[in-house]
Design a binder for this molecule. Structure first.
Ligand SMILES: [Zn+2]
Ligand SMILES: [Zn+2]
Length: 295
């Protein structure tokens, strides 16, 4: 008994002095551990196909303690990763939503930047996206001997769950933007957190059913409704703020995150917010580039 008590006293003394040391030196280790333990999305870009000084093409990082997944790969990805303090070598999976240039054109450059690193990256998407990604690498001779990073290509079947990390799964879902466009539903298994990323898409009610179950929806919100009235063809490809807020409210989405704002037409963040808020009463996050969102 005495031994046990002595051991407890010694252990708590050691722990106490370690904590004192941490606080005295202001190392802030405790908050860092907390942050690392949480599932999060980092918005590398939140704009549409034409960038503005504030918003580049839409792309995301999803990460937890063990996995870093990149969703879509427009330009300057390595610089963006460095800006958010993520080592590009940590990215083990790249998921493509579809084959439009604003979502894929940085892919060969990403592999080129890793060519001297011994490592492995999995490139996943529809058969069409995977095929394009492979051809882009071949065009730049990035699958030849001198390139040390190995790329594994994986075609995803809509509706079938796949491992994207040690405790991260992803389910692709069809959306009607382009013939082979995919949305993704992610599940962070350790933390019980889920999120749906729509990719580019017009309103597609089945996706909102998935989003209601997941809790959080990151969705195409290309412009306010007045722009869609001016250019009716947009409605076949994208979603406006008014329709997005209405559909998200009807479906009971808890947290809504609009992205992919078109840079070529003028509108403010406040206009987007006003339109979504006309119907939507849940949590609304309108992200800026490089913003982090804890799930
Ligand atoms: Zn796009
Ligand atoms: Zn597109």
């Amino acid at each position: 008994m005495n031994h046990d008590r002595t051991r407890r006293v010694v252990l708590s003394a050691i722990l106490g002095s370690m904590l004192q040391l941490i606080f005295a030196q202001n190392l802030s280790i405790y908050p860092y551990l907390l942050i690392r333990a949480m599932a999060e999305i980092i918005f590398l870009g939140t704009g549409g196909s034409i960038a503005t000084p504030q918003r580049d093409n839409t792309a995301f990082l999803l990460r937890d303690t063990r996995s870093v997944v990149l969703v879509d790969c427009p330009g300057s990805v390595v610089q963006k990763l460095r800006k958010v303090k993520v080592d590009p070598r940590e990215v083990s999976v790249v998921l493509l939503t579809h084959i439009h240039p604003d979502h894929v054109y940085g892919w060969p450059s990403f592999i080129h930047s890793l060519m001297l690193e011994e490592g492995e990256v999995r490139l996943c998407g529809s058969a069409e996206s995977v095929d394009l990604a492979r051809r882009l690498l071949d065009l730049f001779r990035l699958r030849e001997k001198g390139v040390r990073t190995r790329v594994i290509f994986k075609r995803l079947e809509p509706g079938r769950e796949n491992a994207a990390g040690e405790a991260l799964t992803v389910k692709p879902l069809r959306v009607p933007h382009h013939a082979s466009s995919l949305a993704y539903r992610f599940c962070f298994r350790n933390e019980g957190k889920e999120v749906v990323l729509s990719g580019d898409t017009p309103l597609h009610p089945p996706l909102f059913e998935e989003a209601r179950a997941a809790g959080c929806l990151v969705h195409d919100c290309s412009a306010p409704s007045r722009v869609f009235r001016q250019y009716p063809a947009l409605r076949r490809m994208h979603t406006n703020a008014l329709d997005l807020g209405k559909q998200a409210q009807e479906a009971g989405v808890e947290c809504l995150v609009p992205v992919h704002f078109l840079g070529e037409v003028g509108f403010s963040r406040a206009e987007i917010e006003r339109e979504i808020r006309r119907e939507f009463r849940g949590r609304l996050v309108i992200p800026e580039d490089f913003q982090r969102l804890k799930l």
